[in-house]
Write a protein that binds this ligand. Structure first.
Ligand SMILES: *Cc1c(COP(=O)(O)O)cnc(C)c1O
Length: 427
């Protein structure tokens, strides 16, 4: 084999940085084996679902116009329903992103006078406008749907007393966000989500439990729909698209809820019957096929990064030993220079736009400058190796993704290289 150290060096990683990474990696063997076992299980689950639903070459055909009897689309929805063990699913390129999928699932199943409850604290930023926590045109609040929130207890556990008090005759949907997103609370395991759902349903049978599953798919062998969730919702440019889906979102769940989502997405009376798949089906199927190993690569990258930065004395969430429930890694670098160097390193390791140097800028919707690193094949795809950080205390970067483990490793080594070159740490 040609000398890989030399190739790393040519790409900008010096031997001391590589050696630091190698030493750390040696200690991760057992962790990685556990991730591979989960990927093995999930890979079988996906193939089994494809076989059961008789996926065939015709599923990849181009469908246009109304899209009546679009075989590829209809079969894919059955495959998703099998993977998530639900009655039904809606998986469409017309669902533009994760926020849209969540907004659709809520809007389709809430009516004026109903109440939505989040028992896990503040939802993902973009949901604030969907719900109307921040006044916004077209929000659920404008349609007379109220919202209640119960914050987590110190340490990130569920506040069952307050949840019990918050449930009332108008509570129709309970929304549970699996991943911490860009907050500092822990992400929830599927088991924890199952306990919360069981609690809520004992108090109020018939309530709809929806889980925002973004970044969580295939991280464990169970999904929230295996433990009582009535709808699970996510984005195809995160885990389940496997890096190949160029757009899209999914909602899997109970038939009547998914039918309602279909009527909301297209039109009352038309529902799931229309919506041509326009040639993206092969990437949806192939992306789902790859998703279990892609999620595993991203997880390995997250654990590797946690280990590296922890060893250098930075605070990392989750830490390198904790069990993982999503693919996001936060590293508190403590200085603006640290955040910038980290992101520039990730960018420099990308297959696309590697020559670009990201700069902090005043992005709409944020209260400080933000720097983002993304050299992705699909714009904004965060299952591809990407990082971003607001330029404000505690100067943390959030990083996620990596379609392959060797690329994730390269990205993290490059981030370290940039941080070392800036003189911010010594190795
Ligand atoms: C990414 C994400 C969303 C929103 O998805 P977009 O595709 O960015 O609209 C919602 N919830 C969580 C937890 C997420 O990670």
């Amino acid at each position: 084999m040609p000398d890989i150290t030399k190739l790393y060096e040519e790409m900008g990683i010096r031997s001391a940085v590589l050696a630091f990474g190698r030493e750390l990696e040696a200690g991760l063997k057992e962790r990685f084996e556990e991730i591979d076992r989960t990927a093995e299980y999930n890979q079988l689950k996906v193939i089994h679902a494809m076989q059961e639903n008789r996926v065939c070459e015709a599923c990849f055909n181009y469908a246009s116009g109304y899209g009546y009897s679009d075989q590829g689309r209809d079969t894919l929805e059955e495959v998703y329903a099998s993977v998530f063990h639900t009655d039904s699913a809606l998986v469409r390129p017309q669902i533009t992103c994760g926020t849209h999928a969540l907004s659709l699932a809520l809007g389709a199943n809430l009516r004026p006078g109903d109440e939505l409850l989040s028992p896990v604290g503040k939802p993902y930023d973009t949901l604030e406008e969907v719900i109307g926590i921040r006044p916004s045109s077209g929000s659920l609040a404008e349609y007379g749907i109220t919202y209640r929130q119960v914050d987590l207890k110190e340490g990130g556990t569920f506040d069952y007393d307050r949840i019990e008090k918050a449930l009332n005759e108008r509570t129709k949907i309970v929304t549970i966000q699996r991943s911490k997103g860009y907050q500092t609370r822990p992400s929830f395991s599927v088991e924890q989500i199952g306990e919360l759902i069981a609690f809520v349903k004992r108090r109020k049978p018939g309530i709809i439990c929806m889980v925002d599953n973004c970044y969580g798919e295939f991280v464990e062998t169970l999904e929230p729909s295996d433990v009582g969730a009535d709808m699970v919702v996510g984005s195809l440019i995160k885990n389940p698209g496997g890096g190949l889906a160029p757009i899209g979102g999914y909602i899997a769940g109970r038939k009547e809820l998914i039918d309602a989502c279909g009527y909301r997405l297209t039109s009352p009376g038309l529902g799931k019957e229309v919506g041509a798949s326009l040639g993206v089906m092969q990437s949806f199927y192939q992306g789902l096929f790859l998703a279990p190993t892609v999620a595993a690569s991203a997880l390995k990258g997250a654990i590797f990064a946690a280990g590296i930065y922890e060893k250098l004395g930075f605070s990392v969430i989750p830490d390198s030993k904790e069990s993982r429930h999503d693919i996001i890694q936060a590293v508190q670098l403590g200085t603006p220079e640290g955040v910038i160097a980290f992101c520039r390193g990730i960018q420099a390791a990308a297959p696309v736009d590697s020559y670009v140097s990201p700069e902090p800028w005043a992005m709409p919707g944020y209260d400080s400058d933000v720097i983002m690193a993304a050299g992705a094949f699909v714009q904004g795809s965060s299952i591809e190796l990407s990082a971003d950080g607001p330029i404000k205390p505690p100067y943390a970067v959030y990083f996620q993704g990596g379609l392959t483990w060797p690329h994730a490793r390269l990205g993290i080594l490059m981030s370290l290289e940039y941080i070392v070159r800036e003189g911010l740490v010594k190795i």
